[in-house]
Design a protein around this ligand. Structure first.
Ligand SMILES: Cc1ncc(C[n+]2csc(CCOP(=O)(O)OP(=O)(O)O)c2C)c(N)n1
Length: 515
């Protein structure tokens, strides 16, 4: 058995059952091995950013990593932006990059580059496998590294001769470490702060935003009178009817400052100190008041749910009554298409147990309140700020959860970075309805122009934020990649089109024209 097959068998034994790939010559033995091994689904992506973003979406839903297969340094480079997002989301990814055969590298042929150096800033673990005999061991180590709490990108570089030479056969996985439990001190100190009677807040992210964590946080908040908020961006939240509803720190700095005004203590539950996405002249970087005291109940690596359980016990809050959201969205909106009417209709139409992928950018920013009383659903966001994640994330989530409908809420400018995702969605018949928000602009950047204090803005600058001349036609783009769709100009049309898309089993695109 060659190295490639030894590696693929090791991946399958280690629970890696999907490979999002865009291969080349150096990966051909790996590709050939995929056919000889049962249990590995291969999904072709037509751009590497689709593969890496899909691996992120898959693992966020499945809790185990997918593999990617990328072609040398340039293939990796094309995939880096979404690996950056995956790193920020602490998503486990086994990122496999083919390389020239070890003896060929010194000739500096056209595709040669320093892959390790390119991978390092976007990976928690990087290794070039030296021989075919070690490649399976390195594969197992890559899975273990990816799964190291809270999860990370592990990049395994695979020189061609490690794939085609005689390998070791598959190897067993090393034992995976469990999440660490928090210390008693962390719990006691958090309890002391919350009992003190000063304005306090739990700031949650990660595992704490699943059902159990939210319930525990709500009991603690009810009992102690503290507030609870989520980070602005979170890797996964469980929301809707039957779940505890939680607001997020708003994105705009002024609104965030207002939201956090007056707080004296923030207890961090897997979260980080709240800071602004960008610096602006005359605005602070820290979003909480200067004299806020921060107490860490749990870090992102630790078991936040266990920590909340312990804290609830410590505070005598374990049985405190809670009020989960009830089902009861607002009625479907009519009239003009804008961020408010869209939010209302999406709230009414989110399917039971759906997965919402949110790259709605400025239009989607206000979608939270009106989706609170929707059917129960999961909400995925971009934590790394590199746009072009939405469609790949939706693709990966749909591969991970074939029985759940994915609703991909997608702004137009961000869509164009990884629009090839639609082809993969069609090829794999993935159950994804995309709501394409067409406002013909990089609208958020228009606000940012004013926020940073740019003066004398003229035509040349505004042209850099404008997506017209020519206008994009997303229905035609989708059709060209095998995804049916329709364009809508008012909310009545939107409601009908979205319901139609959601009723289809497979990909569909609704292009909503914003005024
Ligand atoms: C990879 C990357 N390139 C550029 C940016 C800068 N950027 C942030 S938002 C944005 C425009 C987003 O436009 P769109 O998706 O249409 O949403 P809208 O602002 O119209 O709501 C750009 C270019 C970024 N965040 N990431």
């Amino acid at each position: 058995m060659n190295g490639a097959e030894s590696l693929v068998r090791t991946l399958v034994n280690g629970g890696v059952n999907v490979c999002f790939s865009n291969p080349g010559t150096s990966e051909m033995h790996f590709v050939a091995a995929l056919d000889r091994v049962e249990g590995m689904r291969c999904v072709l992506a037509l751009f590497e950013g689709v593969a890496t973003g899909a691996a992120d979406g898959y693992a966020r839903m499945k809790e185990t990593p997918a593999a990617t297969l990328l072609h040398l340094g340039p293939g990796l480079a094309n995939g880096l932006a979404n690996l950056h997002n995956a790193m920020k989301a602490a998503t486990p990814v086994v990122n496999i990059v083919g390389d020239h055969a070890t003896y060929h590298r010194d000739y500096n042929s056209p595709l040669t580059s320093d892959i390790e150096t390119a991978a390092k800033p976007f990976s928690g673990w990087v290794k070039t496998s030296p021989t075919a005999k070690t490649v399976a061991d390195d594969g197992a180590a890559a899975i273990a590294a990816a799964m190291l709490p809270p999860g990370q990108v592990a990049t395994l570089i695979l020189p061609g001769d490690t794939a085609w030479n005689e390998g070791s056969g598959p190897v067993k996985m090393p034992p995976l470490p469990a999440r660490a439990k928090v210390s008693e001190d962390a719990v006691k100190e958090s309890a002391r702060v919350l009992r003190a009677g000063e304005p306090a807040m739990l700031l949650l992210t990660g595992l704490a935003l699943r059902e159990k964590g939210l319930e525990l946080a709500a009991r603690i908040a009810g009992k102690t009178g503290c507030r609870m908020l989520a980070q602005t961006f979170n890797r996964r939240m469980e929301r809707g009817a039957g779940r505890i509803s939680i607001d997020r720190i708003p994105y705009p700095v002024d609104q965030a400052l207002k939201t956090l005004d007056g707080v004296k203590h923030i207890v961090l539950v897997g979260s980080r100190i709240p800071v602004a996405f960008f610096a602006y002249p005359d605005k602070p970087s820290l979003l909480a008041p200067k004299d806020t005291q921060f107490t860490t109940l749990s870090t992102i690596e630790e078991d936040s749910v266990h920590a909340l359980e312990w804290l609830a016990d410590e505070l005598g809050a374990a049985q405190y009554p809670i009020e989960p959201s009830e089902y009861g969205p607002q009625p479907l909106a009519t009239g003009k298409i804008d961020s408010i009417t869209l939010a209302q209709s999406i709230g009414a139409l989110i399917p039971e147990n759906g997965i919402v992928v949110d790259e709605g950018v400025s239009t989607g920013r206000g979608f939270f309140p009106s989706t609170r009383n929707a059917h129960p659903h999961t909400w995925l966001q971009n934590m790394g700020g590199s746009i072009g994640i939405g469609m790949p994330l939706a693709t990966g989530a749909a591969v991970a959860c074939p029985d759940r409908k994915v609703l991909s809420v997608q702004a137009d400018g961000s869509a164009m970075y990884t629009i090839q995702s639609l082809w993969t969605q069609a090829r794999e018949n993935l159950d994804i309805t995309t709501v394409l928000l067409n406002n013909k602009s990089y609208a958020i950047l228009r606000h940012e122009l004013a926020n940073v204090g740019a003066q004398n803005v003229g035509r040349k600058a505004l042209d850099m934020l404008d997506l017209s001349r020519p206008d994009l036609d997303f229905v035609q783009l989708a059709r060209g990649m095998g995804v049916p769709g329709e364009r809508v100009e008012n909310m009545d049309e939107f409601n009908t089109a979205l319901a139609r898309g959601l009723a289809v089993k497979g990909p569909y695109l609704v292009e909503a024209m914003l005024g």
